[in-house]
Design a protein around this ligand. Structure first.
Ligand SMILES: Cc1ncc(COP(=O)(O)O)c(C=O)c1O
Length: 371
């Protein structure tokens, strides 16, 4: 029996979209049947090992028994500020305005709720976007509005998500474009959260952080969300942080302390080590650059057009047909890709092809595309 007042009714919660990857199962079965095995390019999960020095940092504090600080260690916060300055030219950040997160997905999913976004409020997201922005808005009961590139957030927006470089398109916004969006949102009192997961992975464009001085954005109500999953291969450790406007970060810290949203101490140690070292980030970039150099021309020779994709870990590709037809065409060749519709209705003629596979699997995919 399903009734609003029946047993378990209080546990019904918000209506969420179906988990998109479940619908890929039949195509995965097709790709798996290839005699030389599947090349799975449907998800952006790292495949290269966690750098040894990060593993060492993790295990160095394995014996520490106490509760970790929600705010992270002072060393972590310092390391975050320093790395943002060194790697991306971000100045004027206070270590207190850094807050570690358990990967960035949980922050994306819970931010609207933590900000007090309510039913009737608008959460504005890119037209083609990482699915969790929509999920987070729905958990809070808010309305989602998808914005075409350059479109400003509508009245009623409480939270604007920016994502440059974009997942899935690899589009990079200029400092001017970022500044214009931030000002429009801030003029109506909205919080702006910039998801900068792929900032270290610019290929044909230099991505810029929303916190960079050239964007000219006021820090009040502004957040930059960082992940160590891609650039430091720490997806399995669940490692990220958020920074930006000190008052907003302090409010998030207070809520997260009460809610037990705490990064484990060994992970804090690994994050500190990762933020203090740029060599492993550069080495990982080289691996992805080499994979991109193999995969991109192979797709183009096979008749694909690749759009945007100036940065990040994906090739936003089309054969000028329905996305699912392309998914099936690739699956017949043992290659699994994600249909663009996973990221929004405007993705119906594209597929997202990830570069997160071993050199051997990428070379195999290229060979299959040529045959
Ligand atoms: C745009 C974007 N944001 C956030 C995430 C979440 O990353 P994590 O939770 O591993 O930090 C991803 C993961 O793919 C992503 O593509």
């Amino acid at each position: 029996m399903s009734s609003a007042t029946g047993p378990g009714a209080a546990a019904s919660g918000p209506r969420l979209p179906d988990f998109p990857w479940d619908s890929l199962a039949p195509h995965k079965a097709t790709a798996n049947a290839h005699p030389d095995g599947i090349v799975d390019l449907s998800v952006g999960t790292p495949v290269d090992p966690v750098p040894a020095k990060l593993q060492d940092a993790l295990s160095a504090v394995a014996e520490v028994p106490g509760y970790p600080a929600t705010h992270g260690t002072p060393a972590l916060r310092e390391a975050a500020v320093e790395s943002l300055r060194r790697r991306y030219g971000i100045t004027g950040l206070e270590p207190d305005a850094v807050l570690p997160t358990i990967g960035s997905k949980e922050l994306v999913a819970w931010l609207p709720t933590l900000l007090g976004v309510r039913p009737g409020d608008v959460v504005a997201i890119p037209d083609l976007a990482y699915p969790t922005y929509e999920v987070g808005a729905k958990i809070a009961g808010a309305e989602v509005v998808r914005l075409a590139p350059g479109e400003l957030p509508p009245a009623g927006t409480r939270l604007l998500w920016l994502n440059s470089p974009s997942n899935p398109t690899g589009r990079v916004l200029t400092a001017d474009e970022l500044g214009r969006m931030v000002r429009a949102a801030q003029d109506m009192g909205a919080v702006v959260a910039s998801d900068e997961c792929y900032l270290a992975l610019g290929w044909d464009a230099e991505p810029v952080s929303v916190l960079h001085p050239s964007v000219g954005a006021a820090r009040d109500g502004l957040l930059a969300v960082h992940s160590l999953s891609k650039s430091s291969n720490l997806a399995g450790y669940r490692a990220g942080f958020v920074t930006g406007g000190p008052a907003l970060v302090a409010r998030l810290l207070e809520l997260r302390k009460h809610a037990g949203m705490i990064v484990p101490r060994p992970v804090q140690e690994a994050v500190t080590a990762a933020l203090g070292d740029d060599e492993h980030v550069a080495a990982q970039r080289e691996l992805y650059a080499a994979r991109r150099a193999v995969l991109r021309p192979a797709l183009e020779s096979a008749g694909f057009t690749i759009e945007h994709s100036q940065a990040g870990l994906y090739l936003w590709s089309t054969r000028g047909e329905d996305a699912w037809a392309t998914v099936e065409w690739l699956a017949q060749r043992g290659i699994l890709a994600a249909p663009g519709t996973f990221y929004g209705p405007d993705g119906s003629r594209h597929v997202r092809i990830a570069m997160t596979a071993t050199d051997e699997r990428i070379a195999t995919a290229a060979k299959r595309l040529g045959s």
